[in-house]
Ligand binder design. Sequence first.
Ligand SMILES: [Zn+2]
Length: 593
Amino acid sequence: MDRLPLAMVLPLLMIAACSDDANPTDATGDVETFEDSCAPNCGGLQCGDDGCGGSCGSCKSDEKCVDGVCLALLYPEICRGFNAPSSDDCGLVKRQGCCDAHNRVIWCESGSLYCVDCAKPGSEGDCGWKDTLFGYDCGGVGQSASFPLECGKECVPKCTTNQECGDDGCGGSCGKCDADSICGSNGICIPSMASVSGTISYEFHRPVFSGDGVALESQTGPASGLAVVLKDSTGSVLARSMTGVDGSFLLLLAEPSSDLELQIFTLFEGPFGPLMTVLQPSSTSTVKAGKWPVWAWSYAIEGQEEQGQGQGQGQGQDIGNIHISVEDGAQAIHLFRLAKFAFDFLITPLVDGDLSQLVSLAVLWSPDISWDCGYCYAKGVGQTAEQAFDKPYFCDSIFIDRLGCWSGSALFHELAHWVLRNHTTATFGMGNHWAGQLLDPPFAWSEGWASFFGISMNSMFFQEVDPILWAPLEFNSVLVSYDNDSKIKTSIVVPDPTKGLLQPLDERFVTKALWELWFALASTKSPDQAAAKTMVENLVSKRMLKWDRGHQGVDLVDFLDGLVCKNPDHKTIIDQSINTGLGFPYDDGGHCP
Ligand SMILES: [Zn+2]
């Protein structure tokens, strides 16, 4: 088989980007007349649509047509295994990967292509689909309908000609029904004759900080983004939906029904199953090795009686507001909302909105469970809800039960570690670290970034600038303010401008630098989402994923380089906020991929 080395493929990709010129619709002349005849336009194209329903040619079986150019799949020449990328470009290969003709598994991770030879001795077995991984791997079995086994193949949507709605089997849809109709089992929209609507609110506590410590204030919030399901007395699902930003929901039914059960789940579903959930571990088993239920609340609804009247009009039943209190486990809803907020605003953009490329996340919480780290993040521990959540992070519930569930900044900090671990090349904090300790730049970076993510996301969630990182732990609770005007005084070790880019750093300095940079990029001291997005997207910029400057490993220098590569104007902003403002001797590396 012919495999083109990467260097020969990349220039083709660049040519392909210009092939839009061949589009026949950009005629600049007289467009008054409609011509019957169509002139095929294949100028320079090797393959694909000729603009008249014909083809400009087809590609070989190990190639793919991209914008009129046949591209070889980016098969790595040497399979380097799990620990090193086999190619620094993923080409068309996704996180789920594929199996090639040589029994090798190939997949994309943090913008690089990995390859493992399943035929080698010691391998777990042949290349195939693994449900627990939601991808191809050695030792897998069979294949997925949505992610073809064979490298280079694409999922073919399965919509019949008459189909109006429903899944297309590839993560998309065959169409949407009107607001007052529902998708029948045969993929045809049918009018809805009944509905159940209402709102869900929940109790949460907000910390109030003063010189004396922390007090909690009880508040009510909308239980947004939750899955709501309506079942009949036999347990069959009649309708499912998601609560809106105000906690409201509307469930459409084909016909009126009585004895209904409404179930509410802390579950965010993607195109291929659950993407994020809060699970409820039981106190009787080892937390890290269980199969736990999703947090759920159930309510009986009398439902509508079959009535002769109102024919042709749906019967709407408004059940009013359901309020879930702290005694009923409202903490799980708060944890869910925080994580859902991060997914919606900042994690999904990291994968260009392609939800199938996100790693699924399970947050574990139960009021009577504790585990040995205060807040801790664990990687690579298998958890199963309805499918695998392969990288959960854990919230210790003893402290969370009393206080910590309400610390958005600390929970977003842990979530940031999860983001760094699963979607970037950054390392993550290992072991204990404490205030004022000087850390190697990559360690200071991952902790400093996580705390910045913590306080900035918390500020965006509550729509007010809150510079305080509060993590209630059994010993040495953390209470740090990143604003000089705050009542809570924090001394941060600033760098020595004469000691260069490799000097060890206080993780809190990194947080402070990012915090100041956020407002500088936004040109305003407000919880600006656009500036935060610019910073988060920089984590997966080519500069950050592929290159390393400063200390070995991803650090603040790489992050600042990435911002300058994205926009040279950022250099002035960095000069003012970080060099002049905080004394870090950042120089403009000036090299961008
Ligand atoms: Zn941390």
